[in-house]
Design a protein around this ligand. Structure first.
Ligand code: AHR
Length: 504
């Protein structure tokens, strides 16, 4: 296969939204307990935070982290997680059929986020609770002091407000599995009234309304429309969630999943803009793609409620997918999909940070390591700077069982006028063949490759190789199969690969 890209700084789409590179910490399985928090672990600090996981998280660099759920939030009482640990109640978490000890809560998360150097993004419970509890929480986190909830925060050790800017109004409220699931009209009104009241407490916050849990939901489209009819003026974002997996060894369809992601994003933009037109609104609603990843959901029998006969226990091992080289390439294409829509998708959170469909894995009392999918993520956080370029791309195409006319080579690029540097992110979706790539750099004045790396199956590996046995088995390696002549970059991309060029 062959592909040709043209980069031109005149064709900038939008500044790279830094919040595009978020992740997600939910009280689910072992994401919090024995993930980021494990007081008995040899690497735990004085707050019980695993410093090995902290260090790896810093290396990856998520710019924003959503908390505390997910489905969990829809039956969570945030007050349970504040105050002296020994006084915190143990509860049933209905979302994940787990025992929640509440040994980790709001202050613990804020401490962790501060040490990572990431922005917290909070969700309020609009399942079993509503407007009042959301306002209480916001008063607790953001009000300076001198009121009941803000003074309780101060008494619990945080003199300064946490000043959380980004707030999700519930989670996946369209899903029948959600505790407190609602119709679009019920939810739209509740989101509007809750959001309005929250804004009276803090006029600086940004609010995310729940969109569809995925684009196959029977209510997809009408849900977004009805919800936004109710809360257009109150919210800033509508959310999207999507998980993809490989079915029946159909690797080509799996590798083409970002085509579906592109379509999903463009459909939600169109729906939000139709509500804008009907309501004669001037502002635009942006998109918060606040859950996305590969998730082998079928292996775990879906995420519906577990039978109440199953034993209740704390931190059960839930959806601890081990990611492969194929998954890393697919995640690269998801990052490309988000980036090329960065004019409207301005917040996104990969789900989740550790153990639960995680960028990272950690064992109780044991090691922590990066999964294959962490690498494309980390590279894009570090290198996507300045403006997103509208890349003019032509690539050979392929058909799979689920998609037609899929570009074999999928690419995005950014250009930073301040440094004069560009970055190009390229996936070769061919399972068997290398791809010849040409990139015309004259429009960005590009003259040289500063650095290049590729992630692909090396000797002794195949597309199913993971980092489970050898934690550094799959990483990007230096890539030299390229040249630049008179502003034209040529390269031969390995089969099934994720390649990143840094250009001067
Ligand atoms: O990320 C795992 C789960 O997926 C979240 O709790 C939920 O919001 C989604 O269905």
């Amino acid at each position: 296969p062959t592909a040709r890209l043209v980069l031109d700084s005149a064709f900038a789409l939008a500044p790279v939204p830094r919040r595009l590179f978020g992740s997600f910490v939910e009280h689910m399985g072992r994401c919090v307990y024995t993930g980021i928090f494990e007081p008995d672990h040899p690497a735990a600090d004085e707050d019980g935070l695993r410093t090995d996981v902290l260090e790896l998280t810093r290396e990856i660099g998520p710019t924003v982290v959503r908390y505390p759920g997910g489905n969990f939030v829809s039956n969570y009482r945030w007050e349970d997680g504040v105050g002296p640990r020994e006084e915190r109640p143990t509860r049933l978490d209905l979302a994940w059929h787990s025992v929640e000890t509440n040994q980790f809560g709001l202050h613990d998360f804020m401490t962790w986020a501060d040490r990572v150097g990431t922005e917290p993004m909070m969700a309020v419970n609009l399942g079993t609770r509503g407007l009042q509890e959301a306002c209480d929480l916001l008063e607790y986190t953001n009000h300076a002091g001198g009121t009941y909830w803000s003074d309780r925060r101060i008494a619990n050790g945080a003199a300064d407000p946490f000043d959380v800017k980004l707030w999700c109004l519930g989670n996946e409220m369209d899903g029948p599995w959600q505790v407190g699931h609602k119709t679009a009209a019920e939810y739209g009104r509740l989101a509007n009234e809750t959001g309005k009241a929250m804004r009276l407490i803090d006029g600086e916050i940004e609010l995310v309304a729940c969109g569809s849990s995925n684009s196959s939901m029977p209510t997809f489209g009408s849900w977004e429309s009805t919800v936004l009819e109710h809360c257009y003026d109150t919210v800033d974002y509508i959310s999207l969630h999507a998980y993809y997996e490989e079915y029946d060894d159909d690797a080509l369809s799996f590798l083409a999943s970002a085509v579906n992601m592109d379509r999903f994003i463009e459909s939600v933009v169109a729906t939000a803009d139709a509500v804008r037109a009907r309501g004669r609104h001037s502002k635009k609603i942006n998109l918060s793609f606040d859950e996305w990843n590969v998730w082998y959901m079928r292996r775990f029998g879906g995420d519906g409620p577990k039978s109440s006969s199953v034993e209740w226990k704390p931190q059960p091992r839930l959806i601890e997918d081990e990611y492969t080289i194929t998954d890393a390439v697919v995640v690269g294409t998801f990052l490309n999909s988000l980036l090329r829509h960065g004019d409207r998708v301005t917040v996104a959170c990969q789900a989740q940070l550790v153990n639960v469909i995680g960028l990272l894995r950690s064992e109780p009392g044991g090691e922590a390591w990066k999964q294959t999918i962490a690498y494309p993520f980390e590279q894009m956080v570090r290198l996507a700077r300045g403006q997103i370029l509208q890349v003019v791309a032509t690539s050979d195409l392929f058909d799979s069982d689920s998609y037609t006319d899929v570009p074999v080579v999928d690419a995005t690029a950014t250009y930073d006028a301040e440094t004069g540097r560009a970055a190009v992110f390229v996936a070769n979706r061919s399972l068997t063949e290398s791809a010849s790539l040409e990139v015309d750099l004259r429009g960005i004045g590009g003259t040289a490759v500063r650095a290049a790396s590729t992630l692909h199956a090396r000797d002794g590996q195949d597309r199913h190789t993971t980092n489970l046995e050898r934690h550094d088995a799959v990483t990007p390696v230096r890539f030299d199969d390229h040249a630049v002549t008179e502003g034209l970059l040529t390269a031969t991309l390995p089969a099934l690969s994720w390649t990143v060029f840094e250009l001067d």
